[in-house]
Design a protein around this ligand. Structure first.
Ligand SMILES: C[S@@+](CC[C@H](N)C(=O)[O-])C[C@H]1O[C@@H](n2cnc3c(N)ncnc32)[C@H](O)[C@@H]1O
Length: 206
């Protein structure tokens, strides 16, 4: 079987972070300034992989309030193993695009989309979010479960450039209110980091 190898850059970046640092990142115990510096200094892996719990998919579907259909374009920025993409494609028939730095996670997401019978609706690309432009796309909704430093980078390069009315759905980490981002609403769901704890899914409408 031809399984793509994790690129040396991403593998190294993951290793360098270490488990305790990853946990600190997800628990918000590192300063935003420190994370932003790390992101700007060119750490290719801007956020470690951790899958959203199933309650996050339910929240995404509820928050988009049946506005996703076969004419919609849904993005998961840092799609991991594709479970949100696959769930959205199955439940709404939307076209779903996932982008992730990890070739292995992208291969897993594609395989899972095939197994779920939604490969015609799900397109998974290996790519670096730091270099992504959606200027030529018109997404209906974007989802991301990324640490604050990464969201800050995307806020300037992508989120601010989305067309009016685009749904932006963030799990666990919101965008900074001091930058003018206020969620329309939020839903309480399970926390991906700590069993039994709760976290939020935030909805913004651009
Ligand atoms: C917390 S996981 C979220 C996975 C998935 N969206 C979910 O909710 O289940 C963050 C993902 O971002 C990806 N990632 C980190 N840095 C990235 C970058 N620079 N470009 C693209 N993806 C990146 C990681 O590989 C990881 O899969």
């Amino acid at each position: 079987m031809n399984v793509p190898k994790l690129t040396s850059t991403s593998a190294k970046s993951m290793d360098c972070l270490g488990i305790s640092k990853l946990q600190a990142l997800f628990r918000g115990k590192t300063t935003r300034k420190g994370e932003y510096k790390r992101a700007k200094e060119g750490a290719t892996v801007l956020c470690p992989f951790l899958a959203s719990p199933p309650s996050v998919l339910d929240a995404v579907l509820k928050l988009t309030d049946k506005k996703l259909n076969s004419d919609s374009l849904f993005y998961d920025l840092g799609c991991g193993d594709g479970q949100i993409l696959i769930g959205v494609a199955k439940m709404t028939n939307a076209r779903c695009v996932g982008i992730d730095i990890s070739e292995i996670l992208c291969a897993t997401a594609r395989r899972r989309a095939r197994e779920a019978g939604v490969e015609d609706r799900v397109n998974v690309r290996v790519g670096d979010l730091a270099e992504l432009s959606l200027d030529d796309e018109e997404p209906t909704a974007l989802f991301a479960f990324l640490v604050p430093s990464c969201l800050m980078v995307l806020s300037k390069s992508i989120f601010r450039r989305l067309k009016t009315g685009t749904f932006l759905i963030l799990y666990k980490f919101p965008l900074p209110t001091e930058d003018g981002w206020t969620p329309i609403t939020e839903m309480i769901v399970d926390d991906a980091v700590k069993a039994g704890a709760q976290a939020s899914v935030f909805l913004y409408i651009v």
